[in-house]
Design a binder for this molecule. Structure first.
Ligand code: PDD
Length: 285
């Protein structure tokens, strides 16, 4: 079955789904995006994702290109047309098409909207989660507004590639003070030896992950001790457990950091339980 993408008002076969060469997303990475999990054909936590989308657009001073209800229709239609049951829907909005000039284009330039949806190999992801993943640490060399979900992801791309080349699946950014900020496409968590779940507070130093927000609810409901604060690389090496969260992975146990085994070197009970419980706390559309 050929895949269908939504591009600026039209549903097109993927091979014909194009944006203009002067789209500001292409030339300047001048845009924002969202990735939502699709489960049983339904969008998970759409309300929170659209809230964050509106915030990112507001911070970038890009107009909402259509109503939330219309975006919802487009996302559902992409899921339906691509027969996605378990996977992701991707939504990207840029400042539109205009002659290349760094400053904003003329008022009234329409933002560009692209939506795609695809199945993920859910069984393969479960196998990965059962084994746990390796991460490496890299210096956090990103800009100071990573709380905006911008499509400008070059440091993240380079970090992820560095991880791949070192046999790992994720890279954790480490700030100038030696504290882990987050992963290249995930939020970072540890469970300390005394059972506290620790993740960095959601300030401008990390993306305020939707999976992270839902997991905080799950953690509180289970009465686990929680600390929202920075943790150092050494604290992570000494942790009992580690894991990452993102819409595309939910809770993914981490079993090695920079080649060192974490805890017993296999997925820990807290990460495993939180992965199992996650969808009880998420909203299904
Ligand atoms: N990444 N931090 C970064 C840098 C991210 O790119 C992401 C998401 C997260 C987790 O956010 P959420 O829980 O809302 O997915 C944290 C998406 C999935 C991506 O770029 O593919």
């Amino acid at each position: 079955m050929s895949r269908i993408a939504y591009v600026n008002g039209r549903y097109l076969p993927r091979a014909a789904a194009m944006v203009h060469i002067e789209d500001r997303g292409y030339q300047f990475s001048d845009g924002v995006y969202e990735v939502c999990e699709v489960r049983g054909g339904r969008i998970v936590d759409e309300r929170r994702h659209l809230d964050r989308l509106e915030r990112s657009l507001g911070e970038m001073r890009i107009a909402m290109p259509m109503t939330r209800a219309a975006l919802d229709v487009v996302m559902r239609e992409c899921i339906r047309r691509n027969r996605v049951r378990g996977g992701i829907v991707y939504l990207q909005i840029t400042r539109g098409v205009a002659r290349r000039d760094h400053a904003f284009p003329p008022a009234g330039t329409a933002p560009s909207v692209v939506v795609t949806a695809r199945n993920l190999d859910v069984a393969a992801n479960e196998r990965v989660a059962a084994e746990g993943i390796a991460v490496i640490t890299v210096p956090d060399n990103r800009w100071a507004r990573v709380d905006i979900k911008a499509i400008a992801l070059l440091p993240n791309v380079l970090a992820k590639q560095a991880a791949r080349e070192r046999g790992a699946r994720e890279a954790w950014f480490v700030d100038a003070q030696g504290f882990v900020s987050e992963g290249s496409s995930t939020n970072a968590w540890i469970v300390t030896a005394d059972g506290k779940v620790v993740t960095r507070q959601a300030d401008q130093g990390i993306l305020r992950g939707i999976t992270r927000a839902v997991l905080l609810d799950a953690i509180k409901a289970h009465g686990l001790a929680l600390e929202e604060r920075p943790f150092s690389v050494d604290e992570a090496y000494a942790a009992h457990e580690a894991f990452v969260t993102a819409a595309s992975q939910i809770v993914m146990p981490v079993v090695r950091i920079d080649g060192r085994a974490i805890g017993e070197g296999r997925p820990g009970p807290v990460a495993t339980a939180l992965r199992r419980e996650f969808h009880r706390f998420a909203e299904a559309g």
